[in-house]
Ligand binder design. Structure first.
Ligand code: IMP
Ligand code: MG
Length: 332
């Protein structure tokens, strides 16, 4: 029985969705709760060759026995939540906390122009203006939205009861450490803290209940929107290396740079990480594609993993070798 938190150690888009979906199945997770900011997140899950791009619902949906929850710290767009619930057919196992704040059209409008769009390069999904209204105590709450009535659930109670019953619980974070409102590259950050302790607060779990914090680190660094990126490559060089990626939510080309050990080490500290998941190793070393046996990886690839463990001082327990839920080496 354990409570595991999954967060990203760089600027987001590290492959949390894939790690969460793998763990949901491998660890027979009973309950998965999503913390983090809101539908500015885009989590990609490739299950049985089908690609899902989720913005609100936990990626643990791939396990049909997992109860899915959205914690009160999250700001939600009811339209997107309802669409994802319907598409995935998860009506009977999703719960939305009544205290989630609601993104309204005025928030999306404010996020799509001026300072937020031009200077910060936000996703334009309305999350920042909604969090601003929440701080002003004028936000609409999920409990006031009739279309969500059937899905309302006391998320903190459900999670803590599952832990009391000795079940496996997964807490899914969003975004990444360096776009955290508190610990990121302010003002080029998102509108809330997104580190492990904030993610626990988002869903109503106290720090003493957490057993493991998995820090997801992509094998190279990407960033969308404005803000400094050390070692940034030209778009052409990123493309040549196969590191050119496009935003799940916005379609913007992500900026790319090599793996950053100093940022990784600080992220491990900020999140209290106990394990590291390195993702997209197959992009760095194509021979790794789909590998399931750590012993068969090329020596350059295992040397890279060794170096990460050495520099950060935490074991790399999971290694992503492809986009599929099961394209992962589990060294636990
Ligand atoms: P906002 O969260 O939409 O306000 O955007 C603020 C900054 O965070 C922008 O640079 C966005 O590109 C970035 N951002 C927000 N959500 C994500 C995410 O899920 N992945 C990567 N970057 C994100
Ligand atoms: Mg993403």
């Amino acid at each position: 029985m354990s409570c595991t938190v999954v967060v990203d150690g760089f600027f987001g888009d590290g492959g949390k969705g894939k790690v969460v979906s793998y763990l949901a199945v491998a660890d027979q997770v009973a309950v998965c709760a999503r913390g983090g900011v809101g539908p500015n997140a885009g989590h990609t899950v490739v299950d049985d060759g089908i690609t899902f791009k989720l913005r609100m619902v936990p990626c643990a949906f791939v396990n049909p026995d997992t109860k899915l929850l959205i914690g009160p710290g999250v700001v939600i767009n009811p339209e997107i939540v309802l669409k994802e619930i319907k598409e995935l057919g998860i009506e009977d196992r999703i719960g939305v906390d009544p205290q989630c704040a609601i993104i309204e059209p005025k928030h999306i409008e404010a996020d799509g122009k001026g300072y937020l769009k031009e200077k910060i390069g936000t996703t334009g999904t309305g999350t920042g203006p909604c969090n601003s209204d929440r701080a002003m105590r004028i936000a609409k709450m999920a409990r006031a939205v009739p279309a969500l009535k059937d899905y309302l659930a006391d998320v903190p109670v459900e999670l803590n009861e599952a832990l009391d019953d000795g079940k496996n619980v997964l807490i899914e974070g969003t975004q990444g450490t360096y776009i955290s409102l508190y610990h990121g590259t302010y003002p080029y950050v998102t509108s809330n803290d997104v580190c492990a302790s904030a993610t626990c607060s988002d869903v109503g779990i106290g720090p003493t209940r957490v057993d493991e914090v998995v820090l997801v680190l992509k094998a190279y660094v990407t960033r969308v929107g404005a803000g400094y990126l050390e070692g940034e490559l030209s778009h052409e060089e990123a493309k040549r290396r196969g590191w050119d990626e496009y935003g799940t939510v916005t379609g913007r080309q992500r900026r790319a740079a090599p793996f950053n050990y100093a940022l990784a080490k600080r992220a491990a500290m900020l999140n209290g990480a106990t394990q590291i998941a390195v993702t997209k190793l197959d992009i760095l070393y194509p021979e790794c594609k789909g590998a399931s046996d750590y012993g068969k990886l090329p020596p350059e690839a295992t040397a890279f993993i060794d170096k990460i463990e050495e520099e950060i001082g935490i074991p790399v327990t999971l290694v992503g070798t492809g986009p599929g839920v099961n394209e992962i080496i589990d060294r636990r």
